[in-house]
Design a protein around this ligand. Structure first.
Ligand SMILES: [Zn+2]
Ligand SMILES: [Zn+2]
Length: 105
């Protein structure tokens, strides 16, 4: 699994950190984990994972659309994990998300 895989399965994270001097990290507050990659550039979508840090999912996380990062309250009715602002964005993301969504069953 790489940076590109994780974003394509789960959508946009709550926080994208790093770059330049620090390794890039993706934080999914709702799922309770942060992934750090062996890369300092966001363009390297195939960077391997350095480590994963798990924490208790935060209660006051912002729920954001997996595609555009807008705040939302709607989510995938199948897996109940990934959020979308609109049906259009859910459909746009489905091709990538279905791999993850079907594994949750
Ligand atoms: Zn959206
Ligand atoms: Zn789903």
């Amino acid at each position: 699994m790489t940076n590109g895989d994780i974003v394509s399965y789960l959508g946009e994270p709550n926080i994208k950190a790093g770059g330049k001097l620090a390794n890039i990290t993706l934080t999914y507050k709702k799922l309770g984990f942060e992934v750090e990659f062996y890369s300092k550039v966001w363009e390297a979508a195939d960077a391997p994972i350095s480590h994963v840090c798990f924490f208790l999912p935060e209660k006051n996380y912002e729920i954001i659309c997996a595609v555009c990062r807008e705040k939302t309250t709607k989510r995938c009715s199948r897996c109940q994990i990934v959020n979308y602002c609109s049906r259009g964005h859910q459909e746009l993301h489905w091709k990538a998300h279905k791999v993850f969504c079907k594994k949750i069953d």
